[in-house]
Design a protein. Sequence first.
Length: 294
Amino acid sequence: MDQAASLRLAAASAHLGKLEAKKAISCIAVASGKGGVGKTFFTVNLAIAMHQLNKRVLIVDADLGLANADIILGVNPKFSLQDAIFRGKALSEIVVETPYGVDLIAASSGSREMVSMGETRISMIIQDLLRFASNYDVLIFDCSSGIHSDVTAFLKLAPMNLIVANPTPTSIMDVYALLKIIHQSQICDNPGLIVNMCDSEDQGKKVEETLNKVAKLYLQNQLVLLGTLPRSKHVNYATSIRKPVMALNENEDICRRFRDIAKTVLHKDLAKTKLGELPMDGLVKDLINAERKH
């Protein structure tokens, strides 16, 4: 890091500090043990449910390799987070205002360029992102699936971690693997659990019981079931027309479930934090290490 870069970063930090003192936001990271369980589907519809509760919500697609939040939202971003990082675009230029009241900062699918920029530039873009997020009530990171270090980087940053699973044995095993990483890295004591694609509410509770039974034996932390989402024909239909399910009939059971989960999450003090309390330095280092491994 040269002297000029250090001065720029210090100036950015000072400016951010002023903004942080004024406002706290709910900062949430959504992850899953494996792909295909509906993590991004959950993130997008949770954000819309929060907007319906009069919250300003920003989704940041933190899946830097296989980004697809824009697909579920039915938008076609002209620019992505990579344009802000590598091509000097301001975040105000790349943010997408969706038809559903939530804003999106998209990522480019198949892009693995972070390692080429170094800690200084990553630090500055993260500072910019946190300054920009101060305009919102809720900041949600849609992480990539799995247990890689780029996932845990964002889990460490957000005070509230939400893990999405489904009732299949493979999903349950992969959630346990992620929970083990969270425990070993001391990321979060009690992550929230969302069980998607349930045939009944009892099925979701059984998933929680199974995971916590094993976690109690080998780990200190436990999952807290925050809600279950039923199988619904409306989900496949919404996906096929590139619309969030929350944009269809708001009286459907799955939409009511999303609103209930949104209320539960927003009422948890754990999610609310000042931007200045987020461990930005750790995120920068973890992202650098993650990209080097790729």
